[in-house]
Design a binder for this molecule. Structure first.
Ligand code: DAH
Length: 353
């Protein structure tokens, strides 16, 4: 509501236009339109027709006053609108001023589908289950001992920098790899060894890194850790196990190659690459024309890691790996950007439903 004192105009013509415009103003939806009405323009035109002198000056002054009155009305209407405007619901997935028929349609639950990573992880776990592996889920919050100490990272060792992750105020770590579960799993399943059974466990999990995000790097990654311990286990078992898994997953023959690497928790350690399952080594965008894809880190479990979990390294040896699940899935479908997975982009997700 406006409580402006209406101006009084001596000139009868101006007084009449003022009344007309005030009535018009009340009915206008866009209040600013009052400043563009032809009546005001006509009054300005009239000034020019009056004889120069006192009458013309007085008329001109009153026209200006009327214009000022209207401008003030418009200004006041804006501020009073602000006071009466309802606050914006910042949680709405669209601007609340968007007309009903232009708003994005919300999906009902029955229109949803499983995320491609969930679906693929099920396939992966099924293959490993048929190969005799048990699955144990990784934690999403862990401590320094499991992240580093139990994995043979000496205190202050620079290798810790490769696992730069997020830390809570209480000092808990959002784990940068699923290897953080190795000590627990070895302890939990070491009784297998006493009854001449191997320890064969895969550990799917979500891991976190302080990472510059781009097409191949994410801050939140899905990994699949694998551990196998028994008497007489060597690197040949490791290569054969991973090759068998990959050929089952990609449903084709895969070539593998390794090169020496360093992890504190394996000795020897390897970087493991496969022939590009997308182009079969011909060279494509996915493998950056190299024909090979680096897929995981692996090695023979370091004796100190076994010892720390109470497994005698003089009797038993084992292998372990940490596989980037997202990369594995990207290679299967030719997904060119790792960020698609967690983008929530329906155009991407619907291709898998
Ligand atoms: N944890 C390593 C990483 O995320 C990957 C890895 C390497 C896991 C060797 C292993 C392993 O279990 O033996 O970079």
């Amino acid at each position: 509501m406006l409580y402006l004192q209406a101006m009084e105009y001596k000139d009868p013509e101006i007084a009449k236009v003022a009344k007309t415009l005030r009535d018009k103003y009340k009915k206008l939806e866009d209040k600013r339109a009052i400043l563009r009405t032809p009546e005001i323009g006509a009054l300005y035109e009239r000034i020019k027709t009056l004889p120069a002198g006192k009458v013309r000056a007085e008329f001109g002054r009153e026209v200006n006053e009327l214009k000022a009155e209207l401008e003030q009305l418009v200004r006041k209407s804006r501020t009073s609108n602000i006071e009466h405007r309802t606050s914006i619901d910042v949680t709405a997935p669209f601007d609340v001023n968007t007309p009903l028929d232009e708003r994005p349609q919300l999906l009902t639950a029955d229109q949803g589908s499983r995320h491609p990573l969930t679906a693929e992880q099920e396939i992966i776990l099924d293959i490993f289950s048929r190969m005799g592996f048990t699955a144990v889920e990784s934690l999403e919050l862990d401590d320094d001992y499991h992240m580093f100490g139990s994995l043979n990272f000496p205190p202050d060792h620079p290798a810790r920098d490769d696992y730069d992750s997020f830390v809570t105020d209480e000092g808990l770590i959002a784990p940068a790899h699923t290897s953080t579960m190795q000590n627990r799993v070895l302890k939990q399943y070491k009784s297998n060894l006493e009854s001449d059974q191997p320890i064969a466990v895969v550990i799917p999990g979500r891991t976190f890194r302080n990472e510059d995000v781009d097409t191949t790097h994410e801050h939140t990654l899905y990994q699949l850790e694998g551990i196998y311990v028994d008497k007489g286990i060597h690197a040949g078992h490791l290569m054969a196990t991973l090759k068998a898994f990959l050929e089952e997953y990609y449903e084709k023959q895969i070539e593998i190659k390794t090169q020496p690497f360093y992890f504190p928790f394996t000795e020897p350690s390897f970087e493991f690459a496969i022939s590009c399952p997308f182009c079969g080594r011909a060279g494509c965008q996915i493998c950056k024309q190299t024909g090979w894809i680096e897929l995981l880190g692996c090695g023979l479990i370091h004796p100190n890691v076994l010892k720390e979990a109470g497994v005698d390294p003089a009797q038993y040896t084992g292998f372990a790996w940490g596989l980037g699940t997202m990369r594995l899935v990207m290679m299967k479908y030719g997904i060119e950007d790792i960020r698609h997975f967690q983008s929530g982009n329906l155009k991407f997700l619907r291709q898998f439903s």
